[in-house]
Unconditional design. Structure first.
Length: 335
């Protein structure tokens, strides 16, 4: 086992609405990522993926609130740190975040170099403007971005170029953990490939030590990450190696998620598209039993009553279901 870069233990966070209602968006999530490894998080919209990403940085803004759990980055627990300490010493350096809709994250009235200067003012105030520029030039060049981008405005860049620029800025301090929240969404296929290649290069060249890649497209993760974690209604329902999760999903939700997507990989082209019926539960009042029970065609009355913890069933694999792996494989085989 390699060095653990990120360890999360039973993390719980919630939103508090303007009507003082609690929405339990992340409920008891635990995970680990080793140095040099990447973890994919998949699930439909509203399952809690992006909330988990924000929660992992330990920097909370209303209406998102921390409840309990530990977030340990390279041996340091950041869950109890002062917000000022997190902003100055954790964000960007220990853990960095590429937000959804990153193409719209850049102020159109500022040149790209100004964003990098702002980062350095907080984290490396001793650096002069020429030193910052030279450091940024070298980093952009290594990542395949021309020097001229530094002096351009966001409106002068294409969508793919904006996305890669945001990635370069987010990782300028070489964080130990990078969270990429749907970084390839809204891009054409060519731009998606360039973004994914750039993220791989960051890992291979050591500019980031580990990565979390979030998307609703589980098959995309097969080509990007080492492991995949499937999330549903604020909880993790299955985790395993990427190849196993794509070609041999076990949990009924993971199976349904794969069955509802057109997959271009060899051996999966002939599968029948199957829609998952119903809608996710209301997280203001999560159900007592399995949260997927109301949408699962294999559910029994007991599934709606008794909750299930994650349990292992193979090397690096675990799932949250009261049925055994053997039973699930049998019912899948019988249709």
């Amino acid at each position: 086992m390699g060095k653990v870069m990120l360890e999360v233990k039973d993390l719980k966070t919630k939103y508090i609405t303007r009507f003082k209602e609690d929405v339990y968006a992340v409920d008891g999530v635990s995970l680990t990522i080793e140095e040099g490894k990447s973890l994919g998080i998949a699930g439909e919209s509203g399952c809690g993926k992006s909330t988990l990403a924000l929660s992992l940085m330990g920097y909370y803004f209303a209406p998102l609130h921390y409840m309990s759990g530990d977030i340990i980055i390279d041996g340091r627990n950041i869950s109890s740190l002062d917000p000022d300490d997190i902003r100055k010493n954790v964000l960007g350096k220990e853990i960095a975040y590429i937000p959804q809709a990153a193409m719209n994250a850049l102020n159109p009235t500022r040149r790209i170099i100004r964003f990098i200067e702002d980062v350095m003012k907080v984290h490396k105030p001793e650096m002069t403007r020429p030193e910052v520029y030279e450091m940024a030039r070298k980093r952009f060049e290594i990542l395949g971005l021309p020097e001229k981008v530094l002096n351009q405005f966001a409106v002068e860049l294409s969508g793919g170029m904006k996305q890669r620029t945001v990635i370069a800025i987010s990782t300028i301090l070489s964080p130990k953990v990078l969270i990429a929240d749907e970084p390839s969404s809204a891009l054409d296929v060519t731009s998606q490939k360039m973004v994914i290649k750039m993220l791989r290069d960051l890992m291979e060249k050591g500019y980031i030590k580990s990565m979390i890649f979030i998307t609703h497209e589980l098959p995309l993760l097969y080509n990007v990450t080492d492991d995949i974690m499937v999330m549903y209604a604020g909880q993790i329902v299955e985790r395993g190696a990427s190849k196993e999760m794509v070609f041999d999903p076990i949990h009924p939700y993971s199976k349904g998620l794969m069955g509802s997507i057109i997959v271009p990989e060899t051996g999966t082209r002939e599968h029948e598209l199957i829609a998952i019926p119903g809608t996710p539960p209301n997280l203001k009042k999560p159900p007592a039993g399995c949260r997927f029970a109301a949408r699962c065609k294999f559910a029994t009355p007991e599934c709606r009553v008794y909750s299930m913890e994650m349990h292992e069933f193979g090397e690096g694999r675990s799932h949250r279901c009261r049925f055994s792996v053997e039973h699930l494989r049998e019912v899948y085989a019988n249709g």
